[in-house]
Write a protein that binds this ligand. Structure first.
Ligand code: GAF
Length: 389
């Protein structure tokens, strides 16, 4: 995971001064996330358990007069400007700017008087790695605009607004997990989110106390048709729920699974349903273990989740499966792909003093198969979106 050097908050502040002169009014940060367990369950109104990463996107910003938004991004080196006409309807601002414009659009659509603003954005969250760089960007921009405009929107309501920017303005049919994680996570905890009513419980996830580490492995696999396949999985789940006569697959308990599967004619739909129903149960089981501080014991659930994503939901790719297999062979207690799939990252739960060894084993397995070398990083649960001092 290669990043520009230097502190990300300083880079955003310096970028602001270089682009616009003067000092920003403030800096707002939002993290990337990994999902410990609970994949493709969010849009099935089920359960997820993400935690925030110590990698962040930072927006340095001040107000400007009128309905005008000017945004510089360190990553692209570009400055874009858009006005009220450009956000009258989705689709006019494209590329990375669409995530920023989408937030302004969603705030205005919800009736908030959004102030004009100048923003400078820097980020340590790698793009396209399944670590929610989009939700981090949306949420940092949202935090900045709320503060600059003195607007009231509780942290419980912010994720839906940021999700709307992504679903409607950007046009990606994602669920509620990523924005919830980025906004509502707390340091040292995983966020147990019920995606039906959006209630949360902060679950202590103290890796240090257990002598463990979470190793995040960036597969560096090119995303293969990720958007189309994600939408296709969503459609399969909806078809499954409708065939079973339930509002969402969340309504099928694991004890009713066999009976439910027997009602479905289509083998592919059966596999998709089985993944979602068993994955919801794995989240509940993981939460129960973490509540009892049995961190080490969640390993097999993580690995079972991976197998389910590989065989039933069919969203893994060879680089991802190789990373999981190599990590387990090198002694990881559990490993799974995290995020939407078709590339992205793997997380492995490892003994803290064996993290380097496991990372080296994955790198060696990649070299053997001729894959681009993976990125590796150990992470701890970090705080959600916030204004920086
Ligand atoms: C992506 C989506 F944005 C989330 O909403 C979620 O569905 C995830 O894939 C899969 O669990 O990150």
């Amino acid at each position: 995971m290669t990043n520009p050097t230097g502190d990300v908050a300083e880079r955003a502040a310096e970028g602001f001064t270089k682009q616009y002169g003067g000092k920003a009014t403030g800096r707002w940060a939002a993290p990337g996330r990994v999902n410990l367990i609970g994949e493709h369950t969010d849009y099935n109104e089920g359960f997820v358990l993400p935690f925030a990463l110590p990698l962040r996107t930072v927006v340095a910003a001040d107000r400007q007069d009128g309905d005008q938004w000017t945004v510089w991004s360190e990553l692209s080196g570009e400055t874009i400007t858009f006005g009220a006409d450009d956000i009258a309807e989705p689709g006019r601002v494209t590329g990375w700017g669409a995530y920023v414009a989408g937030v302004v659009w969603a705030l205005r659509e919800a009736g908030h008087p959004v102030p004009g603003a100048r923003m400078a954005i820097a980020s340590d969250v790698p793009l396209g790695s399944g670590l929610s760089s989009s939700a981090a960007l949306e949420s940092a921009v949202l935090a900045a605009l709320l503060d600059l405009g003195g607007l009231e929107l509780s942290p419980e309501l912010q994720p839906r607004l940021a999700q709307r920017a992504e679903n409607v303005y950007v046009g990606a049919p994602t669920g509620i997990m990523d924005q919830s994680a980025v906004i509502r996570c707390r340091a040292g905890h995983a966020l147990f989110l019920d995606c039906r009513d959006e209630s949360v419980e902060q679950i202590p996830f103290d890796l240090d106390a257990a002598g463990l580490a979470v190793l995040v492995i960036d597969s560096r696999a090119p995303h293969r048709h990720a958007d189309g396949e994600y939408a296709a999985r969503r459609r399969s789940c909806e078809a499954g729920a409708s065939a079973l006569g339930v509002t969402a697959l969340r309504d099928v308990g694991v004890d009713q699974l066999d009976a439910a599967l027997a009602q479905l004619d289509d083998e592919e739909t059966r596999r998709r349903v089985r993944h979602v129903v068993t994955e919801d149960q794995r989240v509940l089981d993981t939460v129960a273990l973490l509540r009892a501080a049995r961190v080490r014991d969640i390993g097999p659930l993580l690995t079972a989740s991976h197998v389910s994503m590989r065989d039933d939901f069919e969203i893994t790719v060879p680089e991802i499966d190789t990373a999981v297999e190599a990590a387990l062979a090198a002694g990881a207690l559990g490993a799974r792909m995290t995020g939407g799939g078709f590339g992205g990252c793997v997380l492995a739960l490892v003994e803290a003093d064996r993290a380097d060894e496991v990372a080296a084993a994955v790198t060696a397995a990649y070299a053997e198969r001729g894959f681009t070398a993976p990125g590796t990083l150990t992470v701890v649960p970090a705080p959600g979106a916030t204004r920086l001092p």
